[in-house]
Each structure stands twice: as structure tokens, then as C-alpha cells.
Write a protein that binds this ligand. Structure first.
Ligand SMILES: Cc1cc2nc3c(=O)[nH]c(=O)nc-3n(C[C@H](O)[C@H](O)[C@H](O)COP(=O)(O)OP(=O)(O)OC[C@H]3O[C@@H](n4cnc5c(N)ncnc54)[C@H](O)[C@@H]3O)c2cc1C
Ligand code: FES
Length: 356
């Protein structure tokens, strides 16, 4: 069914779709009401409150084009700062009233997190994408171990709330790392969940306070976690943390899923540069071997679409006609011709031809 005959779309919007382009309609309609758009999911900032010393929680009201989410998923939020549109991923909790709660940790020197925490005005409109991400729970997940570091707590909060709605049907342990106590978010909420659900336990780990050398994810004792080998483990946080959790637990537990919130480190030992042909535009560039294709292309004025920049949303996926790339998170090499590569987490290893 096309948009013009779709009965779910109100008739004035159907008529407008027929008469003008969505972009032109949106330009004029948002002058009348900031959330009116023909197709684009948008969200309005309703309130902002402090979640910890260096994090804020934003409550957003999405418009009807946003289709909801499963707990543990993410959205890309588009923000206009000094005339530039910047996009970053965040992991919301969907509240009972349909609003989204997004908790943003301020990254010093970070363009979007500082803006959202300090400057964004109540009433301001952001663009949203539909939710994406695979760190969701099946209907019967079994016992669970959640590992969160820093802002990696945000999808865990959403998952815990959804489990609580179902009466916390399994044993769930959460280990939550921050540097200092005043950086912890949701402490009252997590403690209240632990007090009301005997199957849920939370442990806070402070890496820069007290004697903490054995509390890192690669060294911490996990003896207190009953039946660890049967657990479903989900880990989220900066890429170093996620890599350490993966090295320690993947293959030792029933399931291991992880998502990193910060950029992968460059590939060690991959030096020099290669020739990259862009088949659609006819350009040929020299790109560094150790750097992600996305960053290398951007540095040379080519701007492919992107979202999370972390290999999760698939927005940057692009056909590779030939050549070999290296996965920046796992180090894996891939050279299958005519396959898709995610530019944000792939570095060129040999000369390449891309469908760009
Ligand atoms: C799927 C996904 C979900 C996310 N969910 C959340 C969330 O719910 N809450 C949240 O606060 N953040 C979340 N993030 C991180 C978020 O997208 C931004 O990266 C973060 O807000 C920093 O953006 P910025 O513009 O302020 O920093 P930028 O200007 O992009 O970066 C500035 C510097 O900080 C470094 N940096 C960027 N992000 C991080 C980070 N997370 N940790 C450490 N160093 C970093 C960069 O490498 C760079 O050097 C998520 C990321 C992904 C991929
Ligand atoms: S930008 Fe999301 S997968 Fe590359």
C-alpha cells in the first residue's frame, strides 16, 4: 500500500504527501508545531535532571513516527549544534507514559554529551532513528549476569526494568563499575529492585577508590555468582572493558553478548596505506591501514552515512567488491568478494574496491 492510500495516515497528511515532498512539508509544519513531521521520528526535550556527578537524564517525548523499542536497544539522536547536525547513539528506557529516558554521561571534550548535559533547552527538538541493537533478552533467558561500566549501565537499566515488570523470573546479578562513587547512576532504583526481588543482586565496583586492583573485570572473583557457566552474560561499556569481559567469559558461559560504547582502538602492527577505489563515484584514495574506513574516508572529504560508529546500527554498511578488511574489534580478516562491510569498524588491510 502506498502512503497516499494508507488509511492509517490522516487524510491531511496523505494529501500533503501527494502535493509536496516530505522535506518541504516538514519545513512548514514544524513552524506550526515542532513535532509535526510527515515521516521523520522526532523527540522533544521535556525535562533534564542530574543522574550523577557527571551524567544527566533527559526525558524526551517522541512523535508518532517513532515505533517503540525493546529493552536493551539504542537510538541515534540527531542534535543541531552551531548549525551542524551531529548524531550519537543512546540507550533509552521506555517509560510507562511513552516518554524516553536517556541518561548521558558527559565526556570531557565531547561535543554532543556536553551539549545535552549543559546547553540543550527544554522544548528543543531532536531527530531520532528507529531503535536498533541485538542486546535484548529472549522470552526465557535463564539466569543472567549483567556487566556494566560507566554509561554501559543504561541498557542494563532498561533490561532490569523489563525483567521487574515480569516479576524477575530468573536469578540476575549486576556488576556495575565506575571510577568514583558519585559517578554511580540509578543507585536508589537498583537498591529498591534488589530489596523487592530476592533473585536480583547488585554490586557496585569503584576502580579509583580504596583497594581496587582485583576489582577489574579481568581479575575480579566471580565465585559468588552461582552457576556461572549456565548464565547468559551481557556486557556494556567502553571498548577496552568490553574486550576484557569477552576475553574472560566468552566461551565459558551459556551465552555472551556485548556492545561497546566507545571507539575501538587502532589495529596494532597494521601500518602503511592502501589504495581504495570508490566504484560509484570513480574516485581513488590512499587510506591508512590502521584506521577505520569511515574515519579515513571522512578525512578525505567523503562522507558516507553513519549512525553509532560502533558496528551496531548497520547504517554505514557498504558493498566491498574486492580486497581484504580487518574487523577492528576482533582483529578478524575478511576477503569474501561482493560482501558488506561496516565502514566504522573495518580497516583496510589490502587494496580495496568499495561500492561508494
Ligand atoms: C550503541 C551505543 C549506545 C550508547 N548509549 C549511550 C548512553 O545511553 N549514554 C551515554 O552517555 N553514552 C552512550 N553512548 C555513547 C555516545 O553515543 C557518545 O559516544 C557519547 O555521548 C560521547 O559523545 P560526544 O559527542 O560527547 O563525544 P565525541 O565528541 O564523539 O568524542 C570525544 C572524545 O571522547 C571519546 N569518547 C566518545 N565516547 C566515549 C565513551 N562512551 N567513553 C569514553 N570515551 C568516549 C572519543 O573517542 C573522543 O576522543 C552509546 C554509544 C553507542 C555506540
Ligand atoms: S555507523 Fe553504525 S554500524 Fe557503522
Amino acid at each position: 500500500m502506498n502512503a497516499i492510500s494508507d488509511p492509517r495516515i490522516p487524510w491531511p497528511a496523505r494529501l500533503a504527501k501527494w502535493l509536496v515532498s516530505p522535506a518541504l512539508f516538514d519545513f512548514w509544519s514544524t513552524q506550526l508545531h515542532p513535532l509535526w513531521s510527515l515521516e521523520q521520528p522526532l523527540a522533544r526535550l521535556i525535562t533534564r535532571s542530574q543522574a550523577s556527578r557527571d551524567a544527566v537524564t533527559l526525558i524526551l517525548k517522541p512523535n508518532r513516527h517513532w515505533h517503540g523499542m525493546r529493552a536493551g536497544q539504542h537510538v541515534n539522536l540527531g542534535v543541531e549544534i552551531q548549525g551542524r547536525r551531529l548524531v550519537r547513539s543512546y540507550s533509552p528506557t521506555l517509560l510507562d507514559d511513552g516518554h524516553l529516558a536517556i541518561t548521558v554521561k558527559v565526556i570531557e571534550g565531547g561535543g554532543v554529551s556536553s551539549y545535552l548535559a549543559r546547553e540543550a533547552r527544554v522544548g528543543e527538538i531532536f531527530t531520532l532513528t528507529q531503535a536498533f541493537g541485538e542486546m535484548v533478552l529472549p522470552d526465557h533467558p535463564g539466569d543472567i549476569l549483567l556487566l556494566a561500566a560507566g554509561s554501559g549501565i543504561t541498557p542494563m537499566r532498561a533490561l532490569l526494568r523489563s525483567l521487574a515488570v515480569r516479576g524477575m523470573p530468573h536469578n540476575v546479578d549486576l556488576l556495575y563499575w565506575v571510577r568514583h562513587r558519585d559517578q554511580l547512576c540509578f543507585v536508589d532504583e537498583l537498591d529498591a529492585l534488589a530489596a523487592t526481588h530476592p533473585g536480583f543482586r547488585v554490586r557496585y565496583l569503584l576502580t579509583r577508590e580504596g583497594d581496587a586492583p582485583d576489582s577489574r573485570v579481568d581479575t575480579i572473583s566471580l565465585e559468588a555468582i552461582a552457576s556461572l557457566a549456565q548464565r547468559r552474560v551481557l556486557a556494556c561499556g567502553p571498548s577496552g572493558f568490553v574486550q576484557a569481559a569477552r576475553t574472560r567469559l566468552a566461551g565459558q558461559v551459556a551465552h555472551f553478548d556485548a556492545e561497546a560504547f566507545s571507539k575501538p582502538t587502532s589495529t596494532e602492527g597494521d601500518s602503511g596505506d592502501v589504495e581504495v577505489q570508490l566504484a560509484a563515484s570513480g574516485r581513488t584514495l590512499r587510506l591508512a591501514r590502521g584506521q577505520s574506513l569511515l574515519e579515513g574516508l571522512e578525512a578525505q572529504g567523503v562522507h558516507p552515512a553513519y549512525g553509532c560508529r560502533m558496528g551496531i546500527c548497520n547504517t554505514c554498511a557498504c558493498g566491498r567488491q574486492s580486497g581484504r578488511t580487518r574487523h577492528l574489534l576482533t582483529g578478524e580478516l575478511s576477503s569474501e568478494p561482493s560482501s558488506q562491510v561496516r565502514l566504522c569498524i573495518s580497516a583496510p588491510s589490502t587494496d580495496l574496491i568499495l561500492d561508494l
